[in-house]
Design a protein around this ligand. Structure first.
Ligand SMILES: *Cc1c(COP(=O)(O)O)cnc(C)c1O
Length: 382
Protein backbone atom coordinates (compact mmCIF):
# COMPACT_ATOMS: atom_id res chain seq x y z
CA UNK A 1 0.00 0.00 0.00
CA UNK A 2 1.19 3.53 -0.77
CA UNK A 3 2.05 5.69 2.23
CA UNK A 4 -0.04 8.76 2.89
CA UNK A 5 2.86 10.99 1.78
CA UNK A 6 3.06 9.22 -1.57
CA UNK A 7 -0.68 9.36 -2.02
CA UNK A 8 -0.70 13.03 -1.19
CA UNK A 9 1.87 13.87 -3.86
CA UNK A 10 -0.15 11.88 -6.43
CA UNK A 11 -3.12 14.10 -5.66
CA UNK A 12 -1.41 16.89 -7.58
CA UNK A 13 0.35 14.96 -10.33
CA UNK A 14 -2.06 15.50 -13.20
CA UNK A 15 -1.33 13.63 -16.46
CA UNK A 16 -0.17 15.31 -19.66
CA UNK A 17 -2.88 16.06 -22.24
CA UNK A 18 -4.09 13.16 -24.36
CA UNK A 19 -5.79 12.78 -27.68
CA UNK A 20 -8.84 10.70 -26.71
CA UNK A 21 -9.62 8.53 -29.73
CA UNK A 22 -11.32 5.69 -27.87
CA UNK A 23 -14.98 4.92 -27.16
CA UNK A 24 -15.27 7.92 -24.81
CA UNK A 25 -14.54 10.24 -23.18
CA UNK A 26 -13.62 12.52 -26.08
CA UNK A 27 -11.58 15.70 -25.84
CA UNK A 28 -13.31 18.70 -24.35
CA UNK A 29 -13.04 22.11 -26.03
CA UNK A 30 -11.13 24.73 -23.96
CA UNK A 31 -14.27 26.91 -23.84
CA UNK A 32 -16.14 24.06 -22.15
CA UNK A 33 -13.29 23.55 -19.64
CA UNK A 34 -13.32 27.26 -18.95
CA UNK A 35 -17.07 27.27 -18.36
CA UNK A 36 -16.57 24.44 -15.85
CA UNK A 37 -13.96 26.51 -14.00
CA UNK A 38 -16.40 29.41 -13.58
CA UNK A 39 -17.09 30.34 -9.93
CA UNK A 40 -20.03 28.48 -8.43
CA UNK A 41 -23.49 29.84 -7.85
CA UNK A 42 -26.27 28.05 -5.97
CA UNK A 43 -28.46 25.45 -7.66
CA UNK A 44 -31.56 27.55 -6.91
CA UNK A 45 -29.95 30.86 -7.99
CA UNK A 46 -32.13 32.45 -10.71
CA UNK A 47 -29.03 32.92 -12.89
CA UNK A 48 -28.31 29.18 -12.72
CA UNK A 49 -31.94 28.25 -13.33
CA UNK A 50 -31.91 30.35 -16.49
CA UNK A 51 -28.88 28.43 -17.76
CA UNK A 52 -30.55 25.15 -16.84
CA UNK A 53 -33.64 26.13 -18.79
CA UNK A 54 -31.44 26.90 -21.82
CA UNK A 55 -29.74 23.51 -21.44
CA UNK A 56 -33.10 21.73 -21.33
CA UNK A 57 -34.30 23.59 -24.46
CA UNK A 58 -31.08 22.79 -26.34
CA UNK A 59 -31.35 19.12 -25.34
CA UNK A 60 -34.91 18.99 -26.72
CA UNK A 61 -33.59 20.42 -29.99
CA UNK A 62 -30.81 17.84 -30.43
CA UNK A 63 -33.04 14.96 -29.19
CA UNK A 64 -35.54 15.99 -31.90
CA UNK A 65 -38.29 16.11 -29.32
CA UNK A 66 -40.81 18.39 -27.71
CA UNK A 67 -40.80 16.27 -24.55
CA UNK A 68 -41.31 18.59 -21.58
CA UNK A 69 -39.43 16.11 -19.36
CA UNK A 70 -35.94 16.53 -20.83
CA UNK A 71 -33.04 17.14 -18.46
CA UNK A 72 -29.37 16.49 -17.71
CA UNK A 73 -29.44 13.76 -15.05
CA UNK A 74 -26.67 14.09 -12.44
CA UNK A 75 -24.82 10.88 -13.35
CA UNK A 76 -23.32 9.03 -16.31
CA UNK A 77 -25.02 7.33 -19.26
CA UNK A 78 -25.52 4.07 -17.39
CA UNK A 79 -27.61 5.94 -14.82
CA UNK A 80 -29.69 7.31 -17.68
CA UNK A 81 -30.27 3.71 -18.79
CA UNK A 82 -31.26 2.74 -15.26
CA UNK A 83 -33.57 5.77 -14.94
CA UNK A 84 -35.50 4.79 -18.06
CA UNK A 85 -35.84 1.13 -17.14
CA UNK A 86 -36.38 1.49 -13.38
CA UNK A 87 -39.22 3.98 -13.87
CA UNK A 88 -41.03 2.18 -16.69
CA UNK A 89 -40.73 -1.37 -15.31
CA UNK A 90 -42.37 -2.94 -12.29
CA UNK A 91 -41.79 -6.44 -10.95
CA UNK A 92 -43.11 -8.98 -13.45
CA UNK A 93 -43.47 -6.54 -16.36
CA UNK A 94 -42.32 -7.89 -19.69
CA UNK A 95 -39.59 -6.26 -21.76
CA UNK A 96 -37.97 -7.20 -25.08
CA UNK A 97 -34.33 -6.08 -25.39
CA UNK A 98 -32.29 -6.17 -28.59
CA UNK A 99 -28.73 -7.29 -27.86
CA UNK A 100 -25.90 -6.98 -30.38
CA UNK A 101 -23.16 -5.73 -28.08
CA UNK A 102 -22.19 -4.78 -24.54
CA UNK A 103 -24.76 -2.05 -24.01
CA UNK A 104 -27.79 -4.11 -25.08
CA UNK A 105 -26.44 -6.70 -22.63
CA UNK A 106 -26.26 -4.06 -19.89
CA UNK A 107 -29.93 -3.19 -20.51
CA UNK A 108 -30.81 -6.86 -19.94
CA UNK A 109 -28.94 -6.79 -16.62
CA UNK A 110 -30.60 -3.55 -15.48
CA UNK A 111 -34.10 -4.75 -16.48
CA UNK A 112 -33.53 -8.09 -14.74
CA UNK A 113 -32.49 -6.32 -11.52
CA UNK A 114 -35.67 -4.22 -11.79
CA UNK A 115 -37.59 -7.49 -11.52
CA UNK A 116 -38.81 -7.55 -15.12
CA UNK A 117 -39.36 -10.65 -17.22
CA UNK A 118 -36.77 -10.12 -19.92
CA UNK A 119 -36.84 -11.53 -23.44
CA UNK A 120 -33.56 -10.88 -25.23
CA UNK A 121 -33.22 -10.94 -28.99
CA UNK A 122 -29.58 -11.49 -29.87
CA UNK A 123 -27.79 -10.62 -33.09
CA UNK A 124 -24.14 -11.27 -33.92
CA UNK A 125 -21.76 -8.58 -32.74
CA UNK A 126 -20.94 -6.43 -35.76
CA UNK A 127 -24.43 -6.78 -37.25
CA UNK A 128 -27.57 -4.73 -36.62
CA UNK A 129 -30.59 -6.30 -34.91
CA UNK A 130 -32.81 -8.39 -37.13
CA UNK A 131 -36.11 -6.49 -37.48
CA UNK A 132 -38.01 -9.71 -38.21
CA UNK A 133 -36.66 -11.38 -35.08
CA UNK A 134 -37.54 -8.31 -32.99
CA UNK A 135 -41.05 -8.25 -34.51
CA UNK A 136 -41.52 -11.94 -33.78
CA UNK A 137 -40.48 -11.53 -30.12
CA UNK A 138 -42.63 -8.41 -29.68
CA UNK A 139 -45.69 -10.10 -31.14
CA UNK A 140 -45.31 -13.27 -29.11
CA UNK A 141 -44.40 -11.63 -25.76
CA UNK A 142 -46.61 -8.49 -25.90
CA UNK A 143 -44.16 -6.53 -23.74
CA UNK A 144 -44.73 -3.32 -21.83
CA UNK A 145 -41.33 -2.01 -23.01
CA UNK A 146 -39.06 -2.58 -26.00
CA UNK A 147 -35.46 -1.35 -25.63
CA UNK A 148 -32.45 -1.20 -27.91
CA UNK A 149 -29.30 0.78 -28.69
CA UNK A 150 -29.04 3.37 -31.48
CA UNK A 151 -25.22 3.45 -31.65
CA UNK A 152 -23.56 0.29 -30.22
CA UNK A 153 -20.20 1.61 -29.06
CA UNK A 154 -18.86 -1.89 -28.42
CA UNK A 155 -19.15 -2.89 -32.09
CA UNK A 156 -19.55 0.28 -34.17
CA UNK A 157 -22.99 -0.69 -35.51
CA UNK A 158 -25.76 1.83 -36.18
CA UNK A 159 -29.35 0.66 -35.68
CA UNK A 160 -32.14 2.43 -37.58
CA UNK A 161 -34.61 3.19 -34.74
CA UNK A 162 -37.75 3.94 -36.80
CA UNK A 163 -38.76 0.46 -38.00
CA UNK A 164 -38.40 -1.35 -34.64
CA UNK A 165 -40.05 1.54 -32.77
CA UNK A 166 -43.02 1.34 -35.17
CA UNK A 167 -43.45 -2.40 -34.61
CA UNK A 168 -43.22 -1.89 -30.85
CA UNK A 169 -45.77 0.92 -30.77
CA UNK A 170 -48.22 -1.02 -32.94
CA UNK A 171 -47.99 -3.76 -30.32
CA UNK A 172 -48.78 -1.21 -27.59
CA UNK A 173 -45.28 -1.11 -26.06
CA UNK A 174 -43.24 1.85 -24.85
CA UNK A 175 -39.92 2.27 -26.63
CA UNK A 176 -36.61 2.99 -24.86
CA UNK A 177 -33.59 4.04 -26.96
CA UNK A 178 -29.93 4.27 -25.90
CA UNK A 179 -28.55 7.43 -27.56
CA UNK A 180 -25.36 7.68 -25.51
CA UNK A 181 -22.99 7.64 -28.46
CA UNK A 182 -25.31 8.88 -31.20
CA UNK A 183 -26.47 12.17 -29.68
CA UNK A 184 -24.74 15.20 -31.25
CA UNK A 185 -22.90 13.01 -33.77
CA UNK A 186 -25.72 11.79 -36.02
CA UNK A 187 -29.33 12.99 -36.08
CA UNK A 188 -31.59 11.83 -33.24
CA UNK A 189 -35.33 12.23 -33.91
CA UNK A 190 -37.17 10.88 -30.88
CA UNK A 191 -40.57 12.28 -31.82
CA UNK A 192 -40.42 11.27 -35.47
CA UNK A 193 -39.31 7.74 -34.59
CA UNK A 194 -41.86 7.33 -31.78
CA UNK A 195 -39.42 6.88 -28.88
CA UNK A 196 -40.89 7.18 -25.36
CA UNK A 197 -37.73 7.35 -23.27
CA UNK A 198 -34.13 7.98 -24.26
CA UNK A 199 -30.84 8.67 -22.53
CA UNK A 200 -27.38 9.85 -23.50
CA UNK A 201 -24.05 10.88 -21.97
CA UNK A 202 -22.06 14.09 -22.12
CA UNK A 203 -18.61 12.60 -22.76
CA UNK A 204 -19.10 11.15 -26.23
CA UNK A 205 -20.21 13.27 -29.22
CA UNK A 206 -21.22 16.19 -27.00
CA UNK A 207 -17.51 16.49 -26.08
CA UNK A 208 -18.18 17.53 -22.48
CA UNK A 209 -16.82 16.02 -19.28
CA UNK A 210 -18.37 12.74 -18.15
CA UNK A 211 -20.89 12.99 -15.35
CA UNK A 212 -24.21 14.06 -16.85
CA UNK A 213 -26.80 11.99 -18.68
CA UNK A 214 -29.29 13.84 -20.88
CA UNK A 215 -32.62 12.02 -20.47
CA UNK A 216 -35.99 12.55 -22.16
CA UNK A 217 -39.43 11.00 -21.40
CA UNK A 218 -42.58 11.40 -23.52
CA UNK A 219 -45.86 12.32 -21.82
CA UNK A 220 -47.01 8.77 -22.56
CA UNK A 221 -44.02 7.42 -20.62
CA UNK A 222 -44.67 9.83 -17.72
CA UNK A 223 -48.31 8.69 -17.58
CA UNK A 224 -47.11 5.11 -17.41
CA UNK A 225 -44.82 5.99 -14.46
CA UNK A 226 -47.65 7.87 -12.71
CA UNK A 227 -49.88 4.79 -13.07
CA UNK A 228 -47.42 2.44 -11.31
CA UNK A 229 -48.83 0.33 -8.52
CA UNK A 230 -45.52 0.42 -6.61
CA UNK A 231 -43.16 3.35 -6.02
CA UNK A 232 -40.01 3.49 -8.16
CA UNK A 233 -37.39 1.54 -6.21
CA UNK A 234 -34.75 4.27 -6.70
CA UNK A 235 -35.47 7.50 -4.84
CA UNK A 236 -32.74 9.37 -6.71
CA UNK A 237 -33.92 8.34 -10.18
CA UNK A 238 -37.67 8.61 -9.61
CA UNK A 239 -38.81 10.80 -12.53
CA UNK A 240 -41.78 12.09 -10.52
CA UNK A 241 -39.42 13.49 -7.88
CA UNK A 242 -36.90 14.74 -10.47
CA UNK A 243 -39.75 16.57 -12.18
CA UNK A 244 -40.26 18.69 -9.04
CA UNK A 245 -36.93 20.41 -9.69
CA UNK A 246 -36.36 20.06 -13.43
CA UNK A 247 -40.05 20.43 -14.36
CA UNK A 248 -40.21 24.13 -13.60
CA UNK A 249 -41.23 24.37 -9.92
CA UNK A 250 -37.53 24.15 -9.03
CA UNK A 251 -38.17 22.41 -5.73
CA UNK A 252 -35.02 21.04 -4.11
CA UNK A 253 -34.49 17.37 -4.90
CA UNK A 254 -30.70 17.04 -4.95
CA UNK A 255 -27.93 19.57 -5.55
CA UNK A 256 -27.46 19.87 -9.30
CA UNK A 257 -23.77 19.60 -10.33
CA UNK A 258 -23.42 23.29 -11.19
CA UNK A 259 -19.98 23.17 -12.84
CA UNK A 260 -20.90 20.23 -15.03
CA UNK A 261 -24.06 22.05 -16.16
CA UNK A 262 -21.99 25.17 -16.99
CA UNK A 263 -19.79 22.97 -19.17
CA UNK A 264 -22.75 21.29 -20.85
CA UNK A 265 -24.33 24.67 -21.59
CA UNK A 266 -21.18 25.74 -23.47
CA UNK A 267 -20.93 22.34 -25.19
CA UNK A 268 -24.54 22.57 -26.38
CA UNK A 269 -24.02 26.15 -27.58
CA UNK A 270 -21.14 24.86 -29.69
CA UNK A 271 -23.36 22.12 -31.18
CA UNK A 272 -26.12 24.63 -32.01
CA UNK A 273 -23.60 27.11 -33.49
CA UNK A 274 -22.23 24.43 -35.79
CA UNK A 275 -25.65 22.96 -36.64
CA UNK A 276 -26.46 19.24 -36.51
CA UNK A 277 -26.27 18.85 -40.29
CA UNK A 278 -22.69 20.20 -40.42
CA UNK A 279 -21.77 18.16 -37.38
CA UNK A 280 -23.04 14.98 -38.97
CA UNK A 281 -21.12 15.73 -42.19
CA UNK A 282 -17.96 16.36 -40.16
CA UNK A 283 -18.32 13.01 -38.34
CA UNK A 284 -18.97 11.12 -41.59
CA UNK A 285 -16.03 12.75 -43.34
CA UNK A 286 -13.62 11.95 -40.49
CA UNK A 287 -14.74 8.30 -40.36
CA UNK A 288 -14.37 7.80 -44.11
CA UNK A 289 -10.92 9.39 -43.93
CA UNK A 290 -9.97 7.06 -41.05
CA UNK A 291 -10.83 3.91 -42.99
CA UNK A 292 -9.10 5.22 -46.11
CA UNK A 293 -5.97 6.19 -44.10
CA UNK A 294 -5.56 2.95 -42.13
CA UNK A 295 -6.44 0.45 -44.85
CA UNK A 296 -2.92 0.74 -46.37
CA UNK A 297 -1.55 -0.32 -42.92
CA UNK A 298 -3.70 -3.47 -43.05
CA UNK A 299 -6.63 -2.41 -40.85
CA UNK A 300 -10.07 -3.41 -42.09
CA UNK A 301 -13.43 -2.24 -40.78
CA UNK A 302 -15.46 -4.96 -39.04
CA UNK A 303 -18.86 -3.51 -39.89
CA UNK A 304 -20.36 -3.31 -43.40
CA UNK A 305 -20.39 0.25 -44.72
CA UNK A 306 -24.19 0.65 -44.64
CA UNK A 307 -24.37 -0.29 -40.93
CA UNK A 308 -21.22 1.54 -39.81
CA UNK A 309 -21.29 4.34 -37.26
CA UNK A 310 -19.27 7.45 -38.11
CA UNK A 311 -18.21 8.27 -34.53
CA UNK A 312 -16.90 4.80 -33.62
CA UNK A 313 -15.07 2.54 -36.04
CA UNK A 314 -14.17 -1.03 -35.17
CA UNK A 315 -11.03 -2.11 -37.00
CA UNK A 316 -9.82 -5.68 -37.47
CA UNK A 317 -6.11 -5.89 -36.64
CA UNK A 318 -3.40 -6.76 -39.16
CA UNK A 319 -0.72 -9.41 -38.38
CA UNK A 320 1.86 -6.66 -37.85
CA UNK A 321 -0.04 -5.61 -34.72
CA UNK A 322 -0.52 -9.19 -33.52
CA UNK A 323 3.24 -9.71 -33.56
CA UNK A 324 3.82 -6.94 -31.06
CA UNK A 325 0.70 -7.71 -29.10
CA UNK A 326 -2.22 -5.36 -29.49
CA UNK A 327 -2.30 -4.29 -25.82
CA UNK A 328 1.39 -3.37 -26.02
CA UNK A 329 0.86 -1.22 -29.12
CA UNK A 330 -2.07 0.57 -27.49
CA UNK A 331 0.08 1.22 -24.44
CA UNK A 332 2.90 2.59 -26.64
CA UNK A 333 0.46 4.84 -28.48
CA UNK A 334 -0.55 6.27 -25.13
CA UNK A 335 2.92 6.56 -23.57
CA UNK A 336 4.90 7.75 -26.59
CA UNK A 337 2.24 9.66 -28.52
CA UNK A 338 -0.43 10.59 -25.98
CA UNK A 339 -3.11 8.86 -28.05
CA UNK A 340 -5.80 6.72 -26.44
CA UNK A 341 -7.72 4.20 -28.52
CA UNK A 342 -10.13 1.50 -27.35
CA UNK A 343 -9.66 -2.26 -27.07
CA UNK A 344 -12.19 -4.78 -28.34
CA UNK A 345 -14.80 -5.87 -25.79
CA UNK A 346 -16.38 -9.26 -25.06
CA UNK A 347 -16.45 -11.49 -28.11
CA UNK A 348 -14.23 -9.01 -29.99
CA UNK A 349 -11.49 -8.67 -27.33
CA UNK A 350 -8.00 -9.05 -28.82
CA UNK A 351 -9.33 -9.02 -32.40
CA UNK A 352 -10.29 -5.41 -32.97
CA UNK A 353 -9.57 -1.85 -31.92
CA UNK A 354 -12.24 0.74 -31.45
CA UNK A 355 -11.36 4.18 -32.74
CA UNK A 356 -13.63 6.98 -31.66
CA UNK A 357 -13.81 10.22 -33.63
CA UNK A 358 -16.37 11.89 -31.42
CA UNK A 359 -17.43 15.51 -31.17
CA UNK A 360 -14.37 17.79 -31.17
CA UNK A 361 -12.17 14.90 -32.33
CA UNK A 362 -14.14 14.16 -35.51
CA UNK A 363 -11.54 15.85 -37.71
CA UNK A 364 -9.01 14.67 -40.29
CA UNK A 365 -6.28 16.04 -38.06
CA UNK A 366 -7.04 13.34 -35.42
CA UNK A 367 -6.72 10.66 -38.09
CA UNK A 368 -3.40 12.05 -39.36
CA UNK A 369 -2.02 12.02 -35.81
CA UNK A 370 -3.11 8.42 -35.25
CA UNK A 371 -1.77 7.23 -38.59
CA UNK A 372 1.66 8.76 -38.14
CA UNK A 373 1.90 7.43 -34.56
CA UNK A 374 0.97 3.95 -35.80
CA UNK A 375 3.46 4.12 -38.65
CA UNK A 376 6.26 4.96 -36.25
CA UNK A 377 5.21 2.22 -33.80
CA UNK A 378 5.02 -0.41 -36.55
CA UNK A 379 8.49 0.60 -37.79
CA UNK A 380 9.99 0.02 -34.31
CA UNK A 381 12.29 -2.95 -34.11
CA UNK A 382 12.33 -3.60 -30.34
C1 LIG B 1 -20.73 4.77 -22.96
C2 LIG B 1 -22.04 4.11 -23.19
C3 LIG B 1 -22.94 3.83 -22.15
C4 LIG B 1 -22.60 4.05 -20.70
O1 LIG B 1 -22.31 5.34 -20.41
P1 LIG B 1 -21.40 5.72 -19.11
O2 LIG B 1 -21.37 7.20 -19.19
O3 LIG B 1 -20.09 5.05 -19.33
O4 LIG B 1 -22.13 5.22 -17.93
C5 LIG B 1 -24.17 3.29 -22.46
N1 LIG B 1 -24.50 3.00 -23.74
C6 LIG B 1 -23.66 3.25 -24.77
C7 LIG B 1 -24.09 2.91 -26.14
C8 LIG B 1 -22.41 3.79 -24.51
O5 LIG B 1 -21.56 4.01 -25.53
Amino acid sequence: MATLDESQSSLRSLPSPRRLLGPGPSNVHPDVLQAMAHPLVGHLDPAFLEILEGVQAALRAIFGSENRFTLPLSATGSAGMETCLANLLEKGDRIVVGVNGVFGGRMVDVATRAGAEVTRVDADWGLPLDEQAMAHAIQSVSPKVVAFVHAETSTGVCQAPGPIAKIAREAGALVVLDCVTSLAGIPVELDRWGIDAAYSGTQKCLSCAPGLSPVSFSDRALECVAARSTPVQSWFMDVGLLDGYYGGDRIYHHTAPISAVFGLAEGLARVLDEGMKNREIRHRDAAAYLVESLEPLGFEPLVAEEDRLPMLTTLKLPPSIDQRGEARVRRDLLDAHGIEIGAGLGALAGNVWRVGLMGENARRESVDALRSALESELARKD
